[in-house]
Design a protein around this ligand. Sequence first.
Ligand code: NAD
Ligand code: UD1
Length: 308
Amino acid sequence: MRTLVTGGAGFIGSHIVRRLLELGHAVRVLDDFSTGSRDNLAEVSSDVEITAGDVRDADALERVANGCEVIFHEAAIVSVPYSIEHPMESHAVNVVGTLNTLEVARRVGARRVVFASSAAVYGAEPTLPKVESMLPAPISPYGVEKLTCEHYLAAWAHLFGVETVALRYFNVFGPRQDPSSPYSGVISVFVDRLLAGRGVTFFGDGRQTRDFVYAGDVAEANVLAASARGVSGRAYNVACGRETSLLDLATMIGDAVGRPVVRTFEPARVGDIARSSADIGRARDELGYAPAVTVEEGLRRLVAARRA
Ligand code: NAD
Ligand code: UD1
């Protein structure tokens, strides 16, 4: 089938692109390269139609989406703290960009939109593990934006018959995650610092937890969500199903790198969630999702990729 991956030059998007190509699908990418790069698609670039453009630009989006059966919508501003500092910009890209994608999907007759939602929709309510039947209560602009998008997806499925699936990714890690910005994901930052012989900084006491999931498993979840039956309008947790504290994570990364870890502590981030872990039963039962890579194995692969 012909597919479009918005944000396909980004970290997760580049894993989805590779998985789609492996399965023999035709792949187009729309990306503004704000955080993604052509390098992320370097060795597959001759097999992908890559277009520079903004998801808020309806005409550009419609041109690349025309003829596509499934749209994987990954393009977004992905940082929780950035959304607190720049809520208008974050809203414009994350909400208006998604609404634009739904409208374009309807106009070009795409069968399905698979959306990159987030565990951030659950917010700070302490009950664990997070299950999709819980009432979401986001505590950051980013979480509000992702939840707003989920509601738009369900409404568009109801109103216009565009099939939609929201995947609530927990904390995704793996090769091609950019470590260089102050907003980068914690694993990419810690691995980068340890490989450079530097220490790591915890925002808070390091006891906060996350459910880290390998990017290859997230790509597989997307492929499954593109074809599963009876799932339109629904949301699914995509995680490993295991809770890891940042203190333990740092030790695991130290083991993978083969270096002792020097730790420093700074104040916790505003809008940070204390603990996070997922029940992945719904994705297993309805999508056939089963994570294949443990956190330890994923870290080994990431360190090997960074060294190479
Ligand atoms: P990323 O920053 O590597 O990827 C985002 C991509 O979107 C980049 O290539 C960027 O250039 C592109 N982009 C940004 N704004 C755009 C715009 N206006 N128009 C076109 N392209 C634009 O981040 P990622 O971690 O790969 O995130 C992919 C998706 O997964 C995002 O929707 C993010 O919110 C979601 N998500 C990520 C995580 C995680 O742990 N990384 C967890 C939950 C959800
Ligand atoms: C991440 C994703 C977000 C996603 C969410 C889903 C990124 C950049 N953000 O947010 O898109 O929706 O998961 O659960 O991928 N930390 C440190 N030291 C550091 C860096 C971070 O202690 O050097 C801490 C943070 O304060 C936080 C934890 O590590 O407590 C994770 O932070 P981060 O990787 O930015 O991810 P989330 O905010 O969970």
